[in-house]
Every structure is written in structure tokens, then in C-alpha cells.
Design a binder for this molecule. Structure first.
Ligand code: FE2
Length: 188
């Protein structure tokens, strides 16, 4: 699902907006700001996500590719949480904007100090219509979880590369030791 003409209307409008913002030759802060504004519009309405990209997995979260920019400048995924599911501590090694479509999620940021990982004292909660950002320049390491133990939550993520192919890291919470991983997609 990569040709804009085959995308649901709201997603096609988002992609058009992203292409216009990037076409202007934007730096990262401007790109992220434009992306967050467009993404807040996209997730303000929960009536467009293809059903095939909204299915939870019984054991772990799912990441479905919704759109991959042909020039590789960004990708859009749906991130589907089953009840109570969470990520390991991980990073992205690129900028990312996360918009909440359905349900809610918590993100706890981690800072690297002397090789150890120090968790933020509070979690950030995002609700439908809201967006938040990650990036190596503003803080890239976090642990994310479904805010609900009894229902599915779905967020829409945009990253500054083809995130399914990006080499990045998961971290051991105790030792801070990083391990490389490539996430792939559940549907591509
Ligand atoms: Fe993340």
C-alpha cells in the first residue's frame, strides 16, 4: 500500500501534506513540527484505518506499514496494542512522531548516564488526537505500553526513514546494554 491513489482519503491527504512539507527542503525541527500538525489532523478522526492494519496479536504488539515514501524520506505505520502489551526499552535512530488514534498509551523516556539507563520519573500519556515526538536530538529512548489492560489501543507513527528496515536498539533495563534489531512489518 504505497501509491497515494490507493490510500484512504485522510491518509492520502496526510501523505500529500508530508510530501509538500518535505518538498520545501525542510530541516528536522521543521519537518517534525509539520508532521506533528498533519498527524494530529489525521488522528482526530478514527474512521479511515484499513481493518487489515488494525488487528492485534495475542502475544506482542503489531506494526503495519501504511505508507512508505518512494524516496525513503519517511514511513507511516499503525502500531496496534493488544490489552496490556508493551515494548522493550528501545530507540529509533531517526525522528519519529506518534499520534494516538484509538485508546491511549504511556511512554516513559530513558536517559543514558554513565552507560546506565535512567528512567524518567513520570510517564507521558497520549490520548486520541494528540501527538508526541522522539529523535536522537530530543530524546530517543523509551518504553511504551498500552494504557489499557482490557482493550486494544492504536497509534499512528511516522518516522524519518523506512522504519521497518532501520537498524536500531533494544536495551536491557538493568545493565543498559544495547542490542541491535530491525523491526520489519507485520504486513510487508
Ligand atoms: Fe518507540
Amino acid at each position: 500500500m504505497t501509491a497515494a491513489t490507493t490510500l484512504p482519503g485522510r491518509l492520502a491527504a496526510f501523505v500529500q501534506g508530508m510530501d509538500a512539507a518535505l518538498g520545501a527542503g525542510s530541516d528536522e525541527p521543521r519537518t517534525v513540527e509539520a508532521c506533528a500538525a498533519l498527524l494530529r489532523e489525521l488522528v482526530a478522526h478514527d474512521d479511515w484505518l484499513p481493518e487489515a492494519c488494525s488487528h492485534p496479536h495475542p502475544v506482542h504488539y503489531q506494526q503495519y506499514l501504511l505508507h512508505r515514501d518512494p524516496a525513503g524520506r519517511y514511513s507511516v505505520v499503525s502500531f496496534v496494542w493488544g490489552p496490556g502489551q508493551r515494548t522493550p526499552i528501545h530507540d529509533h535512530c531517526t525522528w519519529g512522531v506518534i499520534g494516538m488514534l484509538r485508546g491511549a498509551e504511556y511512554s516513559r523516556a530513558y536517559a543514558r548516564e554513565n552507560g546506565r539507563l535512567v528512567p524518567a520519573t513520570t510517564e507521558e500519556r497520549i490520548e486520541p488526537g494528540q501527538a508526541t515526538c522522539v529523535s536522537p536530538s530530543i530524546g530517543d529512548i523509551h518504553l511504551v505500553r498500552n494504557a489499557y489492560d482490557d482493550r486494544v489501543s492504536i497509534s499512528i507513527h511516522v518516522y524519518g526513514t523506512d522504519i521497518g528496515k532501520q537498524s536500531r536498539h533494544v536495551y536491557d533495563a538493568e545493565t543498559g546494554v544495547a542490542k541491535s534489531f530491525v523491526s520489519g512489518y507485520a504486513n510487508a
